[in-house]
Design a protein around this ligand. Structure first.
Ligand code: ADP
Ligand code: MG
Length: 235
């Protein structure tokens, strides 16, 4: 009902696995162009939230809206076509295909072919004829991101894009994500364990704990929130 709908909104999202509430009535509303960090301990429900938003897993009730449109009944592929892309916690590339082949494969399922721009932005152009098996792990993680960016999605769901990267590579990834949010006006939901990355580039942070939203706020607010510190950040 707002004149400026959220880029992505999930309301009352729940998911039960074998009697365990992996996601328990989660609400999240992300304005356009925001980088939203999502943190929380292992098992908090972060990947499950990504699954429910992307349509990989069904929510038990609740609503998912993309730019104000209810996409809750759409398949992952339809959500992707509607402008909601994701990357996975584990790298999702086909080792036996070249980077070019994979990018072209991804471009087939979307309307806008921005492959060249994506390869350029992610500094993969020089590697385009190489097999994914033959590039470094860091390059492979950038390829993951490239595959999600094909078609110029409005919203990008990233599940630990910096996992396994060196400190330098992680910070480069963080800069890249901030640039994308600014230049391409992509809205980013970023699940990330690297606190330097997530606190460095997020406009706001949502903290999940035991399948619920424990807190939400700016990086400064989250850093100094006593509940968050004792449940998660404290050491
Ligand atoms: P996080 O990403 O925050 O570490 P997950 O969302 O992966 O947490 O998992 C939340 C909880 O749900 C965990 O206890 C996990 O074991 C459980 N879970 C997640 N996916 C499945 C699944 N496909 N089948 C059974 N249990 C699952
Ligand atoms: Mg996870």
């Amino acid at each position: 009902t707002s004149s400026q709908p959220f880029a992505l909104q999930g309301l009352d999202l729940s998911r039960v696995y074998g009697g365990f509430r992996a996601l328990d009535g989660v609400a999240i509303s992300v304005p356009k162009g925001e980088v939203r960090g999502i943190i929380g301990p292992n098992g908090a429900g972060k990947s499950t939230l990504m699954d429910v938003l992307s349509g990989r897993a069904a929510s038990w009730g609740g609503t998912v809206r993309l730019g104000g449109r209810d996409i809750g009944a759409l398949s992952p592929r339809e959500r992707r076509q509607a402008g909601l892309a994701r990357s996975f916690q584990k790298t999702n590339v086909f080792a036996e295909l070249t980077i070019d082949e994979q990018i072209r494969l991804a471009a087939r399922s979307v309307e806008i072919d921005n492959s060249a721009e994506v390869l350029d932005k992610l500094e993969l152009t020089a590697l385009r004829s190489r097999l994914a098996a033959d590039i470094s792990y860091g390059d492979r993680r950038r390829l993951d991101l490239a595959l999600a960016l094909v078609g110029r999605p409005q919203v990008l769901l990233l599940d630990e894009p910096a996992a396994g990267l060196t400190v330098e590579e992680s910070l480069a990834m963080a800069r890249l994500l901030r640039d994308l949010a600014l230049e391409w006006q992509v809205t980013v939901l970023l699940v990330e364990h690297d606190m330097e990355v997530v606190f460095g580039i997020s406009n706001r942070i949502t903290v999940l704990h035991l399948g619920k939203v424990l807190a939400e706020g700016t990086p400064d607010e989250i850093r100094s929130n006593p509940v968050v510190v004792s449940a998660y950040l404290g050491s």
